[in-house]
Each structure stands twice: as structure tokens, then as C-alpha cells.
Design a protein around this ligand. Structure first.
Ligand SMILES: *Cc1c(COP(=O)(O)O)cnc(C)c1O
Length: 549
């Protein structure tokens, strides 16, 4: 790329004395050549990774977006759009943060503090606001255990470690010990060789984090920094399935990594391996597979990804945030499974959410690496801070030790037998839903062949829209909402999903019965009502958090 041996420079040197003017000209020429070559290589890589059709589509969409942005400069258009947006915001606000709630409100600090009794009464009111009753098992995901016994275990752990902070490991040795043991329990569950001591470079390593997103962010940062330090890669790229969790897009934006989304197979819902292969280039640092993914619960072909990763010496991250403590128990529970953990030789890191099927309190996940040689790039060390040398393993500084205590307590309370039976129940429930839909719903089609807890279904493809036998799926979601269900709406393709939890286990029959009612009702409508359940998986959270700011 634009090397000093470029013909422009060579001929300039031969023909002319190296005057300042000539030197300037030569440098200018080289710079232009360098820029042209660099952009050309980028373009070729981009085209190889995405394909010409996708690139054309993306370019077109970008142009349309620019066009809209341009139109918004016109005051009349802007007023109209703002008006529409305002009414949507007001609707959302009514739904998520209604103003007429019967609950104490403090938008500013009370001038004198409340008494402990008043605080208690206020908290009781807030906890009893009308809500979706997750206890009934009609919510997809969200609450994974939900038993009073587990709540008691958490309260016990929180109470004993209420002031603790793992940032001060010397002050809270118990928290430090539990932190290390949580990681170790996960490493052994995912079949990583365990290190024999703190200075053992071999064997797996990891850290606890505040959740799946932080685990994923940390892995992406570690690979980015490793690639820069060890291979001199300054424009890193990662290759992920289209169905991967949005946290990877977040990581790409936060850490300046280019991200290529590879389509999944229409039938199996697994990432298309030949297209992953085609997207690999000299700047690639990381391949990713999910076990399983969030939208439709498919497990990518980790062995095929592993072969590619080994061949091209890339990192391979397996996102087992959702699979967490279910996937490692599938085989023992007698369900079909596929290779997904450190026994697959190319797998270099795994994220596992203890706060999902690990049944721990929220705010808890683990990121694991095949070796400490990768984990060290996750760490952040500042040696010149006037406050002293400052080193932290993850994004946070101070962290709640109580959450670690609650997590550790959940893990040892459940034990292998506990996770095994919860795997049998939960995956069994998902299988009953798959079977029920396949048997009794000719209008619907289950996406892929779910091996774990997520069941996604779309309208049958023949004659989509108004064809015979097809139903508008988001409207089915709305009807289910009116029947008290809280399913996730998906896009590309439009579908609904339910992630089974311990609470869903006893609601499977209700689910299938209500789904029948919902589908029949939608089929009877002449004119579909406008749907409200657009796929806004967590736009709710943003709207909710911004109500007062
Ligand atoms: C839940 C989930 C994550 C991470 O989510 P958090 O909400 O940050 O814990 C990552 N990947 C998958 C597949 C998930 O389902």
C-alpha cells in the first residue's frame, strides 16, 4: 500500500534534483496514491464481506436516510414529523409511565428526610403498582426462577454483604473469594481446563461482570486490544451472525470495530458458514456464534466456526449468555445437543449470564477466556493517576459485593442436581410448545429446530399477507397481550417468541389455548386493526428512563 518504492517518487528522484518543491509534489502524489489504494482495498474487502447486492441495498438505504434528513430541514416537514413523534411519545408515556399512579413521587429531594416507616410504606406502594403479573408465567424470559425460596437466599446474601465492594478486595475477602469461585464454577461447567495457581498461564480465566452486555463488551475490547498489540491491526473487524445479540453492535460502536452481519440459513436459522468465510480478511479479529441466539433460539455451527477461527488464527466468541446454565445440562437431561464449549478447540471465549438460567439475582454474568493471555487485554490499568495506580478488571470501578454474594449463593443453592432438573423442566416446556404449534397450528411455523428454551414462530410463508392460512403475526401478539401474555415481537422475519422459564413450565397448556383464541380472532377480522406491538424489545427501557430527564 503506497510504499516509498512508488513509481512517482522513484522517477522524481531520478529526473530532478530533490528541491523542496519537488519533494512536496512527490509527497503529495504518494499521499494521494496511498489514499486511493487504501480506500480501494477497503471497498474490495467490504464487497467481499457483504456481497454486491447487500452493499447496493445498504447504500440505497443510507441515501434514503440522508434524503429524509435533508427533508427534515424544511420547517413544514419538521413540524409535521415532530407532531407525529410527539403523539407517539405521549402514547408510550401513557403506557409505560402513566402520570396518575397512586404512588409517592419525589422529583426533587424531600427537604427533610422521611422516617424509616414512611420509606417502607412508600416502597410498598411502588412495588405494588399495577403491572404484568410475571408470577403467572405469562412473561417471556425476564424472571427465570421466581421462587420464594430463591428470593430468601438472595435477601440473606444481600443482608450479609450489604456494604461490600469488590473494588476493595482487602476489606472484603469473602467477596473476593466468592467472585473467584463463581468464575471457576462456570469455567468447569464449560469444560475449560482450570489453572493450578495464580501464576499458571495455562487453563481458563475469566471475570464476573454486571450482565451479558458487559461480558460481551469486555470480550470485544480484549480482542481489539490484543489485535492491536500483537498483530498491529488498527482497523479491526468482527464477523457475527445476523441473529447475534445487539450488544455486539454496541461494542462495535463503543470500541470502533467494524461489524459484518452474516445472514442465517432460512431453515436452520444458523449462520451461513460460506459467507462467514468470505468475509474474513487481514483486519478480522473475531468470529462470533450464539448458543443459542435471542431471536429464535438456534445454536450456530460452533465447530465450523472453530475450524475457520483456527485456520485464520482468529478469536472465536460463543455467546452463551442466554444458554447459560441450560445448554451445559442438555446432554445430561437427555435432550439433543451440539458442541458449544471449550471442548471445541477454536473457541477462545464464552459469555454466560448467571442472571438468566443461572437463576442468580440481576446484575450478574461471567466472561470466560481459554487463557489468561487473552484476558489481560480486558483489564484497564492507569499508572499515572494522582489517586494512585488504578487497575480494574471490567467497566465498573465500585461494584456491589451483595450481587456477587447473591450469585454465589444461587449457584451453590441450585447445585448440579438443581440445574439438571430445571433444564429438564424448562427445555421440556419449550419442546411441548414446539410440538403443540406444529401439530395444531397450520397457520404458524416454528423457526428452525429449537434445542433450548426459546420458541419463535411466524406466519406460514405461503401467500403471506392476505393468502389463505396466513395470519398477521404482530396482531396475534397484540391479542396475546390482551390475554395477559408478554411475548417478544421480532423483525426480519416478523415473528413472535417466548423464552420459557421455570414459571412458564406450568403455563404451557394455557399458552397453547390462548394462542388458538388469538389466531382465530385475528383470522376473523376483515380489516386488520393497526398493530401497537411493533418490535420494540427494549425501546421501552429508554422511554422509561427518560421520563423525568
Ligand atoms: C440476554 C442476552 C445477552 C445479554 O443481555 P443482558 O441483558 O445484558 O444480560 C446476550 N446475548 C444473548 C443471546 C442474550 O439473550
Amino acid at each position: 500500500m503506497g510504499s516509498p518504492r512508488s513509481p512517482a517518487l522513484a522517477s522524481a528522484l531520478v529526473k530532478h534534483a530533490l528541491t523542496v518543491e519537488n519533494a512536496q509534489k512527490a509527497v503529495f502524489c504518494i499521499s494521494i496514491q496511498y489514499l486511493v489504494v487504501r480506500h480501494f482495498i477497503r471497498l474490495v474487502r467490504h464487497l467481499r464481506a457483504r456481497g454486491i447486492l447487500t452493499t447496493a441495498k445498504e447504500t440505497y438505504l443510507a441515501a434514503v436516510q440522508k434524503g429524509f434528513a435533508f427533508m427534515l430541514l424544511l420547517p413544514s416537514v419538521r413540524r409535521k414529523v415532530q407532531g407525529e413523534l410527539d403523539s407517539v411519545t405521549v402514547d408510550l408515556e401513557k403506557k409505560i409511565a402513566p402520570k396518575d399512579l397512586d404512588a409517592p413521587t419525589h422529583v426533587t429531594l424531600p427537604s427533610s428526610g422521611l422516617s424509616a416507616d414512611e420509606v417502607s410504606a412508600a416502597l410498598t406502594k411502588l412495588s405494588e403498582l399495577p403491572n404484568t403479573k410475571w408470577e403467572s408465567g405469562r412473561v417471556s424470559g425476564a424472571v427465570y426462577h421466581g421462587g420464594k425460596d430463591m428470593g430468601d437466599i438472595w435477601r440473606e446474601a444481600f443482608g450479609k454483604f450489604e456494604v461490600s465492594n469488590p473494588l476493595h478486595a482487602d476489606v472484603f475477602p469473602g467477596v473476593r473469594k466468592m467472585d473467584a469461585e463463581i468464575v471457576s464454577m462456570c469455567l468447569s461447567l464449560f469444560n475449560s481446563p482450570l489453572p493450578t495457581s495464580a501464576i499458571d498461564e495455562h487453563g481458563g480465566a475469566g471475570t464476573t461482570t454486571s450482565g451479558g452486555t458487559e461480558s460481551i463488551l469486555m470480550a470485544c475490547k480484549a480482542y481489539r486490544d490484543r489485535a492491536r498489540a500483537e498483530y498491529g491491526i488498527t482497523e479491526p473487524e468482527m464477523i457475527v451472525p445476523m441473529s447475534v445479540h445487539a450488544a455486539f453492535d454496541k461494542a462495535a460502536k463503543y470500541f470502533g470495530i467494524k461489524i459484518h452481519h452474516i445472514p442465517v440459513d432460512r431453515k436452520t436459522r444458523r449462520v451461513q458458514i460460506p459467507r462467514v468465510r468470505r468475509a474474513i480478511n487481514a483486519n478480522t479479529i473475531l468470529l462470533v456464534g450464539s448458543a443459542p441466539n435471542f431471536p429464535d433460539g438456534a445454536i450456530d455451527d460452533i465447530e465450523a466456526l472453530s475450524q475457520l477461527a483456527l485456520k485464520h488464527r482468529l478469536g472465536l466468541h460463543v455467546d452463551c449468555c442466554l444458554g447459560s446454565f441450560l445448554v451445559p445440562f442438555l446432554a445430561r437431561a437427555g435432550f439433543p445437543t451440539v458442541p458449544f464449549d471449550f471442548r471445541v478447540p477454536g473457541v477462545t471465549s464464552i459469555s454466560c449470564d448467571t442472571h438468566k438460567y443461572g437463576m442468580a439475582c440481576k446484575g450478574s454474568s461471567v466472561i470466560m477466556y481459554r487463557s489468561k493471555a487473552i484476558r489481560k487485554y480486558q483489564y484497564s490499568v492507569t499508572t499515572t493517576w494522582p489517586g494512585g495506580v488504578y487497575a480494574t478488571p471490567t467497566m465498573s470501578g465500585s461494584r456491589p459485593g451483595a450481587i456477587l454474594a447473591g450469585t454465589w449463593a444461587s449457584l451453590v443453592y441450585m447445585g448440579e442436581d438443581g440445574y439438571l432438573s430445571s433444564c429438564r423442566e424448562i427445555v421440556g416446556a419449550a419442546k411441548r410448545i414446539v410440538h403443540g404449534i406444529r401439530k395444531d397450528f397450520p397457520e404458524l411455523e416454528v423457526l428452525g429446530d429449537p434445542l433450548v428454551s426459546v420458541v419463535a414462530f411466524e406466519s406460514k410463508t405461503e401467500g403471506k399477507g392476505n393468502g389463505k392460512g396466513s395470519v398477521p403475526i404482530y396482531e396475534v401478539g397484540d391479542k396475546m397481550g390482551k390475554l395477559g401474555w408478554h411475548l417478544n415481537a421480532l423483525q426480519n422475519p416478523p415473528a413472535l417468541h417466548i423464552a420459557c422459564t421455570r414459571l412458564t413450565v406450568n403455563a404451557v397448556d394455557d399458552f397453547l389455548r390462548d394462542l388458538r383464541l388469538a389466531v382465530d380472532e385475528v383470522k376473523e377480522m376483515d380489516q386488520p386493526e393497526p398493530t401497537i406491538s411493533a418490535p420494540i424489545t427494549s425501546a421501552n427501557a429508554l422511554a422509561g428512563s427518560q421520563m423525568y430527564s
